[in-house]
Design a protein around this ligand. Structure first.
Ligand SMILES: *[C@@H]1O[C@H](CO)[C@@H](O)[C@H](O)[C@H]1NC(C)=O
Ligand SMILES: *[C@@H]1O[C@H](CO)[C@@H](O)[C@H](O)[C@H]1NC(C)=O
Ligand SMILES: *[C@@H]1O[C@H](CO)[C@@H](O)[C@H](O)[C@H]1NC(C)=O
Ligand SMILES: *[C@@H]1O[C@H](CO)[C@@H](O)[C@H](O)[C@H]1NC(C)=O
Ligand SMILES: *[C@@H]1O[C@H](CO)[C@@H](O)[C@H](O)[C@H]1NC(C)=O
Ligand SMILES: *[C@@H]1O[C@H](CO)[C@@H](O)[C@H](O)[C@H]1NC(C)=O
Ligand SMILES: *[C@@H]1O[C@H](CO)[C@@H](O)[C@H](O)[C@H]1NC(C)=O
Ligand SMILES: *[C@@H]1O[C@H](CO)[C@@H](O)[C@H](O)[C@H]1NC(C)=O
Ligand SMILES: *[C@@H]1O[C@H](CO)[C@@H](O)[C@H](O)[C@H]1NC(C)=O
Length: 308
């Protein structure tokens, strides 16, 4: 006979509603802006409509390929990279092309060129190359800035990337662009065998869910980028994105504090300014100085105390 138990899924539903209620009080976007594209959250400074993003680099086009069984894809309009996830803590995950050489009909696609953009390749990525006796180099202009080589063993194709048929290495800091070139490792394998190289988020690469040989059938892999707000003067930084409330209010007035060289974002958030060079600075904000606050520090009233 049916018991009188309260269905577990309803409990789950109620707790989800409560959590969601709290979360929805904290804005992630400017007023009137879509908080999501498909299942990806789009927090400010990223945004979809005019007035929703900080500048064109952060403009997202929510691309709907019009077939009912697919969810819309968020594309960074300027770089044309598809976004997988955005964090207000200064990172985003995008799909980055794999560079193939001599792999059936696959074309050579290089990693996205991020020069001049507020994005760079995060050091949480690894550069990996797959091939039997391959040297893959990351080149910047004429110079090699990284790379790795793998020895050949046709009987040992596996899931690990440890120098046999597959190699991986760390990436340099502040990396914004590179070209992948391949060389043959003398005495190893045949020069015309399929080789490919890619940069990928280390967590994805090491998650174990990724079969190295299966990557050959993909076109792109998740890569982590850092995003930064950088401008040509402190005034420009704050003047550009701080929504000043002209009636005064208790909000931190960043521009006032330039004189005292004590910088700040909005209430309940803290802010760091890094000097990039003589006429360029970088701004990074965080909600609160502890775990007590959450939200989006780049929005007016974006940081709220956590309810425990
Ligand atoms: C969005 O959906 C895709 C496909 O179902 C999934 O792979 C991805 O992890 C989801 N992303 C988020 C942020 O939930
Ligand atoms: C796109 O969707 C609209 C509305 O569902 C439909 O009328 C149109 O034929 C679709 N176009 C394509 C190219 O599938
Ligand atoms: C995307 O970028 C292009 C230029 O590359 C620009 O013309 C266009 O207005 C931007 N926005 C959208 C929604 O396409
Ligand atoms: C492999 O790629 C190189 C460089 O693109 C090319 O010269 C060579 O003909 C290719 N070999 C095969 C078998 O496709
Ligand atoms: C190739 O891999 C097989 C299986 O892992 C191993 O037994 C063999 O010793 C390897 N050969 C070389 C030359 O490393
Ligand atoms: C990895 O993928 C290849 C090709 O898709 C498949 O043949 C192989 O069995 C897979 N290996 C593992 C350990 O999943
Ligand atoms: C500005 O701040 C005052 C005082 O906190 C508030 O009453 C007013 O609604 C705010 N105006 C806007 C446009 O947010
Ligand atoms: C912030 O400070 C600047 C420079 O002192 C001043 O012009 C501006 O009116 C102030 N804004 C607010 C909201 O107090
Ligand atoms: C700061 O956090 C407190 C506690 O959550 C909240 O009541 C207050 O509205 C926040 N201030 C602003 C300006 O968002």
């Amino acid at each position: 006979m049916e018991g009188k138990q309260f269905p577990f899924y309803l409990l789950l539903l109620f707790s989800w509603l409560i959590v969601n209620q709290v979360a929805s009080d904290i804005p992630t976007t400017k007023k009137g802006c879509d908080p999501q594209c498909g299942n990806v959250s789009i927090p400010f400074p990223f945004g979809i409509k005019q007035g929703c993003f900080l500048d064109e680099w952060f403009e997202i086009v929510c691309q709907n390929d019009n077939s009912s069984n697919t969810i819309p894809k968020p594309i960074l309009n300027r770089t044309k990279l598809e976004v997988i996830e955005i964090s207000v803590e200064g990172t985003l995950q995008v799909r980055n092309p794999i560079t193939f050489l001599n792999c059936s009909d696959k074309q050579i696609h290089q990693s996205a060129n991020l020069e001049g953009s507020p994005f760079k390749y995060s050091q949480n990525n690894k550069f990996a190359a797959v091939g039997c006796g391959a040297i893959a180099l990351m080149n910047s202009g004429e110079a090699s800035i990284g790379g790795c080589s793998s020895i050949c063993n046709n009987t040992a194709y596996g899931n690990s990337c440890n120098g046999i048929n597959c190699c991986q290495t760390t990436i340099p800091s502040n990396l914004k662009s590179f070209n992948t070139i391949f060389l043959n490792l003398p005495g190893e394998g045949s020069g015309n065998q399929c080789k490919f190289a890619f940069m990928a988020d280390q967590r994805w690469l090491e998650s174990g869910s990724t079969n190295i040989s299966a990557i050959q059938d993909m076109v792109d892999v998740p890569v982590e980028l850092n995003w930064e707000l950088y401008h040509y003067s402190t005034y420009d930084i704050f003047g550009t994105f701080v929504e000043t409330n002209s009636s005064g209010s208790s909000e931190y007035n960043c521009s006032t504090n330039i004189a005292t060289s004590e910088y700040g974002c909005y209430a309940n958030s803290s802010c760091d300014v890094y000097i990039v060079n003589a006429n360029q600075q970088r701004l990074q904000c965080t909600c609160g100085s502890s775990w007590a606050f959450e939200g989006n520090p780049y929005l007016l009233q974006g940081c709220k105390g956590k309810i425990s």
